[in-house]
Design a protein around this ligand. Sequence first.
Ligand SMILES: C[S@@+](CC[C@H](N)C(=O)[O-])C[C@H]1O[C@@H](n2cnc3c(N)ncnc32)[C@H](O)[C@@H]1O
Ligand code: SF4
Length: 390
Amino acid sequence: MNSIGVYIHIPYCIQRCRYCDFTTFEQDKILPPSEYVEHLKQEIRQRFRWAPSSKVHSIYFGGGTPSLIDSSLIVSIVEELANEGMVLMPQAEVTIEINPATLDPKKIEDYLKVGVNRFSVGAQSFDDDLLKLCGRRHNAQDTRDTLALLNKSKLNYSFDLLFGLPHQTQEQLLRDLEEVQSWSPNHLSAYCLTVPQGHPMSYHRPSEDKQIEMFQVIEQQLLAVNLHRYEISNFSRPGFESQHNYTYWNDRPYMGFGLSAHSYFPKMPEAPFGVRFWNPTVFDAYFDKVSSAIDGPLDLPQPQREVLKEHEALTDFFHMHLRTEAGLPADALRLKFPRSWECAINPLEKLENQNLIQSDGTRTSLTSKGRLMSNQVFAQLTFTAEDLTS
Ligand SMILES: C[S@@+](CC[C@H](N)C(=O)[O-])C[C@H]1O[C@@H](n2cnc3c(N)ncnc32)[C@H](O)[C@@H]1O
Ligand code: SF4
């Protein structure tokens, strides 16, 4: 376990988008960002020493809209991590999420000063009607202006695109993809809208079959500009895959700081199958928590941590690795689960017979059919405590 990923949550937004379920607030409705960041830095001072390694391979500023707050605050957070002993590795990936119309040259200069080398732009769509329908305040021209600013300084950026939106047609999606192609980003995340049944945006959406077609069109169009799918929702030019996201998919440790942030250590002496812990989603509870001196995650009160049982860890191990094209390495599975990996043999054989997964003996991954039916695959690779004893 020789390095960790760090996630920093910035919960400020210009508006609350209609589909968004993240812990974020309109900027004027909560405490000023400088006060929030003071608490976040206090948390770093209290907790960074818990990390299984002080070496950091990725930092991810997410939200919310990190690009909305004063960039000196972003700088001060990285400085606080360094004061607490963080060693940012030479090839570390440092990402910041950017909303269109919130970036300027001064912010870019500050971000670059502290090592930001990846800008994740929440474009969502280049169709002004769809943007309005999502409740976004920016328009497509704002996104183009932000991208032009990043291009001017030759910066490395990624887009987020949403699809499967109410009333969205194939033609609209194709126009979005044409625009993406014209900007040729190094990376793109394409998310199919996820909202619960009965949500106002759950009506008038493309049918499930149409959504699958949309997935396929996205894959084909992006491949034509050398953006390869490397995870269910993520595409990149070779070498530009998100290192931070691989932390989550490849069972590596990460620490999250800020309101609602989650952390995970895959192994501790008292938690051989890993421990997850997370921050409250309510400000007062979060502030109380970060000011209390505790020695480590296992001393947190029960509702804020979960020591994983073997069957839960095995389930997560399959679900996360199988999201990636690289898939699940057999040797890593056997190393972490020497007593239980064999209970996966039967479901894996069944899935292979159904052409939902493929294996070359060293790695197992989803087939293209499996990718479209990933929920079914994951359901068959969900283990109970009884599965491990039988
Ligand atoms: C944490 S959000 C923050 C990004 C940034 N604030 C923005 O909205 O542009 C990261 C991404 O999650 C995706 N997302 C948010 N809500 C979603 C939902 N309900 N279904 C699918 N994707 C969603 C959006 O594409 C968004 O860009
Ligand atoms: S701007 Fe991003 S984080 Fe904020 S509400 Fe919209 S989708 Fe959510």
